[in-house]
Ligand binder design. Structure first.
Ligand code: NAP
Length: 320
């Protein structure tokens, strides 16, 4: 089998394509033929060695994928060889043509979706769901600002919030990105690089502000986010790449909450709830993952460079 291996932490160049011995599923394990692997920003943090939870070297990166069940270990029930699945983490890493998974790490991929779309589900949709519903307790009728809506998590959040009856305002940094955010269902779209876009947001909400903000770049935005929240508003911090200064009075004045979001903190019960909801949405078509750029497995270094650049247009994937 082929896999990307990381033998030392560092820049994108440490991602090397290698030939490895075939994997065999042990008891309670499932072997998945990975057709397409998903690339997430967290893969780059881990690869660089800067992430708190570091894997033992060498390792194969990747937590997301679309594929088919290739073999079942002893004692695995409920799955058959050939079943289409999306992968939500694995035992061996998804930047490879095969990965070993626990049964709880695979979920049905409807026939209407491609394997690339399957590779775009796990981290983006699970994080967006956790932020919106498990952390911010979003309710139908509320208004949400998806601050950074053009990437994997943001587009997933637009679809989830729209399907749940919220008024959705998304932001993007490019014309193409903003068009995409509108196309997947945002009611209004703003440019987070424009000087006055938060004043525009207040105008759009009649001066009231938004009930919820899903924040992809808190180190840049959190201080100003607090000034555009409605009373009892919540900011769910999904992404941050540094520190930020804020005025606590902006939160006090609104009885506002700042909520940290970490998908890795979801309990087994919460994860099961997340994937049950995502499965329903994928099956009924309200959730349709957006695949942006596609690379080959050998181009993983380029994919890691690209995922950290501005101008997101959906999910970056690797065809195995
Ligand atoms: P992505 O696909 O690379 O998208 C990044 C997003 O950030 C794009 O929409 C980008 O918009 C936007 N952005 C750039 N500058 C911004 C600004 N000044 N204000 C607001 N948004 C801005 O990444 P992703 O997969 O969606 O993940 C988003 C962030 O969440 C990343 O930092 C990631 O590490 C983090 N994350 C956290 C968790 C968790 O459990 N906490 C889980 C998944 C992801 P333009 O490119 O259009 O400018």
């Amino acid at each position: 089998m082929k896999a990307i291996r990381v033998r030392q932490f560092g820049g994108p160049e440490v991602l090397q394509l290698e030939e490895l011995p075939a994997l065999n599923p042990g008891p309670g394990q499932v072997l998945v033929r990975i057709h397409v692997a998903g690339v997430n920003p967290v893969d780059t943090y881990i690869r660089s060695g800067a992430y708190a939870a570091k894997p033992e070297l060498p390792y194969t990166p990747g937590k997301d994928a679309g594929g088919t069940v290739a073999a079942l270990g002893a004692g695995v029930a409920g799955w058959s060889v050939g079943d289409r699945v999306y992968v939500g983490d694995s035992l061996t890493g998804t930047y490879a043509d095969y990965a070993l998974c626990l049964p709880a790490q695979i979920h049905p991929l409807p026939a209407s979706l491609t394997f690339a779309e399957g590779a775009a589900v796990n981290i983006p949709y699970a994080t967006a769901f956790r932020a919106l519903f498990q952390r911010a307790r979003a309710q139908a009728g509320e208004t949400v600002l998806i601050h950074g809506a053009t990437g994997g998590v943001g587009l997933a959040a637009v679809q989830l919030a729209r399907a749940a009856g919220l008024t959705v305002i998304g932001t993007g940094g490019s014309d193409a990105g903003r068009n995409l955010v509108a196309a997947v269902g945002a009611h209004q779209v703003l440019d987070h690089r424009a000087p006055n876009y938060l004043a525009e947001l207040l105008t759009l909400t009649g001066g009231r502000g938004v009930d919820i903000i899903l924040e992809m770049l808190a180190n840049v935005n959190l201080g100003r986010d607090l000034t555009v929240l409605a009373r009892h508003g919540r900011v769910a911090v999904i992404g941050s790449r540094g520190t930020v200064e804020l005025n606590p009075r902006d939160a006090m004045a609104r009885d506002a909450d700042i909520l940290g979001v970490m998908l890795g903190n979801a309990s087994a019960t919460e994860l099961a709830a997340i994937h049950a909801a995502l499965g329903a949405g994928l099956a009924n078509g309200t959730l349709l993952p957006v695949v942006g750029r596609e690379f080959s497995l050998a181009e993983a270094p380029l994919a890691h460079q690209t995922v950290m650049e501005p101008g997101a247009l959906g999910k970056i994937v690797l065809q195995t």
